[in-house]
Design a protein around this ligand. Structure first.
Ligand SMILES: Cc1cc2nc3c(=O)[nH]c(=O)nc-3n(C[C@H](O)[C@H](O)[C@H](O)COP(=O)(O)O)c2cc1C
Length: 172
């Protein structure tokens, strides 16, 4: 038994109110190193990371996250005032302060057909390889927690995926 592990795994929560304090790059490498220990089918490791620390880029990304949330949840100003619950209040805080976090880490997964789908049965693009990305993401969240770093998983920005690809390229 390793009680420390069970404490850790039981305390990984989505932390949406983050301090803007700087985080040493050394810790980010530890976190990423934990991420890449994750399993992936045939050990293909089909993830790539984009670490955003530049203020302007963080703002640019955060604006697109806000647009994504507003378009999906209709979270306009009126909705925000309408007495949102605890989780929505945290979400609105996160939207407004996302650019203040020291880092935004994008964990990107390749689009790929599941193993052994024959070429003639592939129609259109392969689906995003979420199965490979989420174990990596969870390792990252666990590592952040173990190091005392706040972190929250977000996915809503995916509606803007092509905007990011066009700006930063598909190679990340
Ligand atoms: C696939 C997936 C997508 C998620 N997307 C978002 C998101 O876009 N924004 C967000 O604030 N939280 C997101 N979350 C976090 C969940 O809302 C959160 O984990 C859940 O409410 C449980 O809260 P807890 O992690 O604090 O226990 C996502 C979690 C998962 C697993």
């Amino acid at each position: 038994m390793n009680p420390a592990f069970f404490d850790l795994v039981g305390n990984v929560r989505a932390m949406r109110r983050l301090k803007p304090d700087p985080v040493p790059m050394e810790l980010i490498w530890k976190v990423l190193n934990a991420g890449v220990q994750a399993p992936s089918g045939q050990n293909t490791q089909p993830w790539k990371f984009v670490l955003i620390s530049d203020s302007e880029r963080k703002k640019w990304f955060a604006e697109r996250y806000i647009q994504a949330i507003e378009s999906r949840f209709h979270a306009d100003a009126g909705e925000r005032k309408a007495n949102p619950g605890r989780q929505l209040r945290a979400l609105y805080y996160q939207m407004d302060h996302m650019h203040e976090a020291p880092y935004l880490l994008l964990v990107c997964g390749e689009r790929d057909w599941p193993f052994k789908v024959p070429l003639d049965q592939r129609i259109g693009e392969g689906p995003p390889n979420y199965g490979a990305v989420y174990p990596c993401v969870q390792n990252i969240l666990l590592a952040c927690r173990a190091l005392g770093l706040g972190a929250a998983l977000t996915t809503m920005h995916q509606v803007q995926e092509m905007t990011f690809v066009n700006k930063w390229g598909s190679d990340g």
